[in-house]
Design a protein around this ligand. Structure first.
Ligand SMILES: Cc1cc2nc3c(=O)[nH]c(=O)nc-3n(C[C@H](O)[C@H](O)[C@H](O)COP(=O)(O)O)c2cc1C
Ligand code: SF4
Length: 693
């Protein structure tokens, strides 16, 4: 069985009974809906305890209709400290109580994820060796773990039981045990990492059974015990295959109250929560086969589908088609905490869509950020961001210049607060660079946010006026009429970092011009003769990589020039680094590493090796410059630099900053604050205090 297209078949023609709003019995509890907000690293913690920010984050999702809220995984034993602010079960009691109260206040079940990362942890925080079933170096960190001696195994099993007991004492409804991608339990289950010659090696399920029995005993009667299980490690040479995974699930199912089917292992970190290159609902077939195996064993343990389920239509189809009994929608509820409430109220169109971009919710990167979301920047900042909901007594007309993400979000928020809003966009297209990139790539997930913003603006009565260029005189006139003005004019091409040699014949295009041509269904390189193309990507982001892929797919020989050691260097943050390099390789793109473009000549591109300084020429007929952009400040300068700005018009960044600054700007305009918006002023740090003593 394969996943239907997003928004595809709805369940109405299938099972008439089960939908997202159908309650689900688990142990002696009842989840009010079948939508699970899954455990994920947030960095919201205060050292190793849960913070008030955690509580607010989970409360918000429960208020929006999540049936089960599973908190960030807590380590069950001090030997596990995989990231700086990873909760430790023994420090979580007060935080769990606060979460339970907050989540129960909205009728949802609250569970604690508990686990141990084993060899996939880190010794950076504990300065102690990692514990793992066998001495298999971790693929990503390269760290060699310590082989767990029998007393270590016993201590961790006991730790699981104690953690479950603490969770129950704290008032939670139960726990979810992690045997997923990053877990010691999976390491014991797998031939990739369990090479032991003792009882735990002879029976690779032994450790999991011992853990689940200890957890059941610790949690006590009536509490829910869930299991997150990697049912396909995507490493068929020794890992858990899909067939074996179904059998493991059926064997362990009698010990638990629900199962969440996930995939991935140490070799496939990018498969854990892939970005939009992977279709939504990528685990549908796997989940279906696991559920069939569980049912085939005569067990009615509920099975949850996981994996980029971001469309209500797909979630309900999966429930109706017997793929699953419940659906995990984690990123979808980071992006819109009210997803379930809107869906059950018949307003699925009103759900703010998750783009599967991984740009702000993926926490474990070198910047060590806290969880947030490109389309909902208040995610993770519930205790700090002033609310944008509600209406204002200070209504005034607002003219937003520029209809990209910043302009549309400002218009949406202002209109929802009662202002009369016009958006004046000089081009024929709304959505700015996001809309162009989406249209150029045919990636409908990126378009969903622009479509949603436009639809919300229309619903709220915003006047959206395209092909409307604005001058400083226009700005002065509408200001005289009493309107506030916000400039969201976006960006322009940045300065060239290389020379155009004498009589250069090689054509230079910007990435933007190529994307615009593609978005209009045209030739990305109009008038350029057949021949090789150099894509210059000093940013290392998605634009240069996707253009190289697109041009190669159109039959152009492509050289992707980067100063880094790897193409798409910054894609590490979104998890697309390895997949992007695989795609480039498969497309036949030649990657010129450690390379700087120095000049463009009559026959090609003169490049310099960053280390050796050696020069050579790459033959080419065109260069596509995917370099940095600069703010479009023309109108701002004309107006004497006094009109507030937001988004790329301040400094070109991502849609995240555009949306965030748009919201701040509307509130600043309302409060009669300084002409300059709050752009650039960070959030208050208050609110991050721990609820633990
Ligand atoms: C920021 C972030 C951090 C995550 N961290 C964990 C984690 O620590 N343990 C885990 O089992 N899953 C983790 N996940 C996976 C989620 O629980 C979820 O299974 C995953 O996001 C796929 O579901 P989705 O496609 O509905 O978002 C994380 C996901 C995100 C977005
Ligand atoms: S940052 Fe992107 S992937 Fe993450 S929740 Fe938001 S929209 Fe979804």
């Amino acid at each position: 069985m394969s996943a239907p297209a997003p928004g595809g078949a709805r369940r109405t023609d299938l099972d008439p009974v089960v939908n997202l709003a159908t309650p689900l019995a688990l142990a002696d509890r009842r989840a009010p809906t079948r939508v699970l907000f899954g455990p994920h690293e947030t960095n919201l913690g205060d050292r190793r305890s849960l913070s008030a920010r955690h509580v607010a984050y989970y409360r918000r999702r429960a208020a929006g209709g999540a049936g089960l809220v599973v908190t960030e995984e807590a380590s069950v034993h001090p030997s596990d400290w995989p990231y700086e602010r990873c909760p430790l079960a023994s420090a979580c009691g007060p935080g769990w109580t606060a979460v339970a109260e907050a989540v129960h206040g909205h009728g949802a079940l609250a569970l604690a994820a508990i686990g141990h990362a084993g060899g996939q942890g880190s010794s950076a925080y504990s300065q102690a060796p990692l514990w793992a079933p066998s001495r298999v170096p971790e693929v990503n960190s390269r760290e060699v773990p310590k082989w767990m001696e029998p007393e270590d195994v016993d201590a961790v099993v006991a730790g699981f039981g104690e953690a479950a007991g603490l969770a129950a004492d704290a008032g939670l409804d139960g726990v979810e045990v992690n045997a997923g991608q990053y877990s010691l339990i999976r390491q014991f289950l797998s031939g990739l990492t369990n090479l032991r010659g003792d009882a735990w090696g002879a029976d690779r399920l032994l450790f999991a059974r011992q853990v689940l029995e200890a957890v059941r005993a610790g949690a006590g009667p009536g509490r829910v015990v869930g299991l997150r299980l990697s049912c396909d490690e995507l490493a068929p040479w020794a890992g858990i295959t899909a067939d074996a995974g179904a059998s493991v699930a059926a064997t362990l199912a009698p010990l638990v109250d629900y199962l969440v089917v996930v995939r991935g292992s140490i070799f496939t970190a990018s498969a854990t929560r892939p970005d939009l290159h992977e279709p939504p609902g990528f685990n549908v077939a796997l989940c279906h086969s696991v559920r069939a195996a569980v049912r085939g064993a005569g067990l009615d343990v509920p099975v949850f589908l996981q994996g980029s389920v971001v469309e209500v239509g797909q979630a309900e189809w999966a429930l109706g088609a017997g793929v699953c009994d419940g659906v995990e929608m984690t990123r979808a509820q980071i992006a819109d905490p009210d997803l379930v409430a809107k869906a059950t109220a018949g307003d699925a169109e009103g759900i703010r869509p998750c783009l599967l971009c991984n740009q702000a919710c993926q926490v474990r990167d070198a910047r060590n950020p806290i969880v947030s979301c490109v389309v909902e920047p208040t995610a993770g900042h519930e205790t700090e961001d002033p609310p944008i909901e509600g209406t204002t007594p200070r209504r005034r007309p607002l003219v937003v210049v520029g209809g990209g993400p910043a302009g549309l979000e400002a218009a949406r928020v202002a209109a929802s607060r009662g202002h009369a809003v016009r958006v004046l966009e000089r081009s024929d297209r709304l959505g700015g660079s996001l809309a162009v990139a989406a249209a150029a790539n045919g990636r409908t997930r990126l378009s969903t946010f622009v479509d949603w913003l436009v639809a919300e603006c229309r619903r709220l009565g915003v006047s959206l006026e395209t092909a409307s260029a604005v001058t400083a005189a226009d700005v002065a006139r509408v200001e005289d009429e009493g309107a506030a003005v916000l400039l969201c004019t976006g960006s322009v091409a940045g300065a060239r970092s290389y020379d155009l040699g004498q009589g250069a014949h090689v054509v230079v295009h910007t990435a933007w011009s190529c994307l615009s041509a593609l978005a209009d269904g045209g030739d990305p390189l109009p008038g350029v003769p057949d021949g090789p193309v150099v894509v210059l990507d000093p940013v290392g982001g998605p634009i240069g990589v996707s253009l190289a892929e697109t041009l190669a797919a159109r039959g152009r020989p492509v050289h992707l020039v980067t100063q880094d050691h790897i193409a798409g260097n910054e894609l590490a943050r979104t998890g697309d680094l390895a997949p992007a390099n695989v795609r480039l390789q498969q497309a036949g793109v030649l990657i010129e590493r450690r390379t700087l473009v120095r000049s463009v000549s009559t026959t090609g591109v003169d490049v310099e090796d960053r280390f050796s300084g050696a020069h050579r020429t790459i033959p080419a007929v065109a260069v596509v410059d995917a370099g940095h952009r600069l703010p479009d400040e023309a109108l701002w300068e004309e107006t004497g630099r006094r009109v507030p700005r937001a988004g790329d018009a301040v400094a070109p960044r991502t849609a995240y900053e555009a949306v965030l600054e748009a919201r701040r700007s509307v509130l600043a305009i309302e409060s009669g604050g300084p002409a300059r918006p709050l752009a650039g002023i960070g959030r208050a740090v208050a609110g991050g205090r721990s609820v633990a003593p």
